[in-house]
Structures are given as C-alpha cells and as structure tokens.
Design a protein around this ligand. Structure first.
Ligand code: MN
Length: 406
C-alpha cells in the first residue's frame, strides 16, 4: 500500500496579520502535483486542516478546491482527513455524506459507541484506522489497541495497517514549538508511543511541526510526524547550518511523506518530497543576533526584490533602542519583504539583568520558569540548579492540571 502522509496545513493562517493565501494556494498546488505523479492508494491528512475552528470562507474554499483537484488527479484514491486540535471536530464532519460520494472521508470526532467507524478498508490493499484529535480524558484506555484488534480480526490476508492520530508523542523532538512545560505542546500532554498499541505498520501522526520518524524497538513498524508543508512560525526552520549531509537536510525540510508499506515483516519505506514556500520566513542576521546598528546595516543591505517575511534578531544588554521600530519600518518600505518582528534577545550578562527594571509588557510575556531563572541568577549570582528546575516544572504542571480540572 502506498500512501501520501501530510498534516498541519493550517489553512487560513495569518503571520503577524499578513494574509498567506497566495502561499497556501501554491503549497496545495505542489501537493496536488506530487499526488498526481506518485498515484498513492490513500491520501492522509492527519489534522490541523485549518488554523482556527471557525475558518474563513476563503480558507474553506482552498480546502474544497484542493480536495476536488486531488480526486481528479487520482480518481481511485481514498482521501482521509482527520481533525486536529486547531479544527472543529463537528465542522470537519459537516459535509461527510456528500464527500463520501467521491471517496473522501472526514473524521472529526471520536465515536466510542461505534469504534468500527474509525476503520476504513481499502479493498485488497489494506486498512486505515483514522483517529481525530481528542483529549486524553475522552479516549478510553486501550482504545487504540482495541481498534488494532478489530482490524486484525478482519485482516485475514495480513494486509498493511495504517493508524492516523493527532497528538503529542512524549519522546518527540519539539524544537520549533513554543514549549512552556515538559512534554506539553499546544496544550496537549505527551503520550507514550506504546499508547497506540501494536496493531499498525505505520502511524501517521500530526501535531508536531518538525518532521521526524520513530522506529519502534524490535518490530518492523514506524511512527512518523510528516511535519508542516510550509512553516507557520519563524522557529520552524529546522535545518541547522551544521547539518553536514544532504540527506540530513532533506530529512528536516518542509515536505510531504510518501510511504510504501509491503509485507508485515518489512519496515515501511519513507521518502520525503520538499514543498517550497514561495514567500520564505527569514531571520536576519543569519549568523545570530547582533546589536541594533549592526542589524540595521544588514537589513538595509538585504535584497529589495525578495518577497519574504522578515524577523530581526537584535542582541541587547539592556533594552531595544526605541528608534529601532521606526528605523526598521523605514527600511522595509523600500523593499518587497514584509517586516514581521523585532526579536530582542538578551545577551547573557548577569549584571545587566540584575540592575535593570523590566517593562510590564515584557514581564507578561515571560513564562514562570524564566522569571524564576532570572530571580535566582540575580539573587545567587549562579544559574538555577537542574533539580530545582525540575521540581518547579512539576509544581507548575500540577497547578495547570488542577486549574484545567476545576
Ligand atoms: Mn498544527
């Protein structure tokens, strides 16, 4: 069975209030072209179709136009779309009866009463167990394993089984995400990979935007996050300058995954196909934060014809010069790029942080751990010990859980 695995399209996403429709349209066209060329048996979109639960008409139009084009490109292909934590489960299913006429399945909510509704059979090819995002509390214990068993009963020929899920896997590499607490990403607490049972050959994950594969010990199964086809934030630039080989770079590019699953005794084969963003997200200077005057010179020298989004990383010891915003905007005026953010990054200077007064807005943006770290550094003159940091994180996590429950 050959599948195309993608997730986290975030249609309708705006970046610092800039509309991204043109880029998203181009991204979808690339995905349609890849699908036409690859002719997969199934097209799997593992959640976060849209950026918000009530997407705009124009975002919904992008989606429906794309679905129609995909169906035309490969008429016999199953298209399976699950809801992510950014989607409304009910809205995801709103047009199900109509879409099923063209082999498109939309699964938005967990059906505990009829678990077999999550099983989609591709006759003669295999099975897909499609699960939308659901909070841990709503998933009965052993639900995934039970679905695996249900498929096993029907799967007398030992055909490939794919499971789709949208959640945080505890051992994942979260770089690029804004992580406030251990193992909680986008409000979803990490689960162990074993929670999905062992009834699948390939687990098609969504939620974490960094592409990555998990090999599961002692068996021929894979779990994978396909990652976002185009970045939704400046931190989603995963290629480090130190990545030496081309294959490492290819592994971390924004892409879709083509997965071929053969006999149950063979490891599924994954290929990634890069998706190019026509308006890339660029952080300047490329070699790390610099003082404002330096950044200003570099930004001034940036090519004026490039249609990119720009974040400026400025090194500060005290605070960002107040003229920085107006100067940056003045420079941006003469260029095709869109200025998004000036990111003030404090250089590690204990004395500077001890003796300065913080703006209220700056304080409100800090997370509790950073506040503690600064406080500790100021009082003791050394970094917060690891065991104290761990204890603090546990206390905050407990508080969070309590406030969520009440
Ligand atoms: Mn997402």
């Amino acid at each position: 069975m050959k599948i195309l695995h993608t997730s986290d399209w975030h249609l309708g996403h705006t970046l610092y209030n800039y509309d991204r429709k043109e880029e998203q349209q181009d991204m979808l066209q690339q995905i349609i072209d890849i699908t036409r060329k690859e002719q997969p048996d199934a097209f799997l979109l593992s959640g976060d179709v849209y950026d918000i639960p009530q997407p705009s008409a124009s975002a919904q139009q992008l989606f429906s136009e794309c679905m129609a084009q995909l169906h035309k490109a490969v008429p016999g292909m199953r298209i399976i779309v699950t809801a992510g934590n950014h989607d409304s489960g009910m809205r995801t299913e709103a047009f199900q009866s109509l879409l099923s006429m063209v082999d498109i399945h939309t699964i938005g909510t967990l059906d505990k009463e009829h678990p077999q509704n999550h099983i989609i059979e591709l006759p003669g090819k295999g099975f897909v167990i499609a699960l939308p995002y659901a909070s841990d509390r709503n998933i009965p214990e052993g639900f995934h394993a039970m679905l695996g068993d249900l498929v096993a009963e029907r799967n007398t020929k030992g055909l490939p089984v794919v499971m789709m899920a949208h959640t945080t896997v505890r051992s994942a590499d979260f770089r690029g995400h804004d992580q406030k607490f251990d193992n909680i990403i986008g409000g979803i607490e990490g689960v162990d990979i074993s929670a999905f049972g062992d009834g699948y050959d390939y687990l098609a994950l969504g939620h974490i935007h960094r592409p990555q594969t998990f090999t599961i010990k002692d068996c021929e199964r894979l779990a994978r996050y396909s990652g976002t086809p185009i970045a939704t934030s400046f931190d989603e630039d995963y290629r480090e300058p130190s990545d030496s080989t081309d294959s490492e770079k290819r592994e971390l590019c924004h892409s879709v995954s083509i997965v071929e699953i053969g006999q149950r005794s063979e490891l599924p084969q994954v290929r990634t196909i890069e998706i190019k963003n026509i308006h890339p997200l660029v952080t300047l200077p490329t070699d790390g934060p610099r003082p404002w005057d330096d950044v200003k010179t570099r930004f001034d020298a940036y090519p004026s014809n490039l249609q990119t989004y720009i974040r400026l990383n400025v090194a500060i010891t005290d605070s960002l010069p107040s003229r920085a915003y107006s100067e940056a905007q003045e420079i941006a005026k003469a260029k095709a790029c869109k200025l998004c953010q000036i990111n003030a990054i404090r250089t590690e200077d204990a004395h500077a942080t001890t003796h300065r007064t913080m703006e209220l807005s700056e304080f409100q943006q800090m997370n509790p751990l950073d506040i503690l770290k600064q406080f500790y550094r100021a009082k003791k003159g050394v970094e917060l010990p690891e065991d104290l940091e761990k204890m603090f994180n546990e206390a905050v996590q407990e508080l969070n859980e309590e406030s969520r429950e009440s």
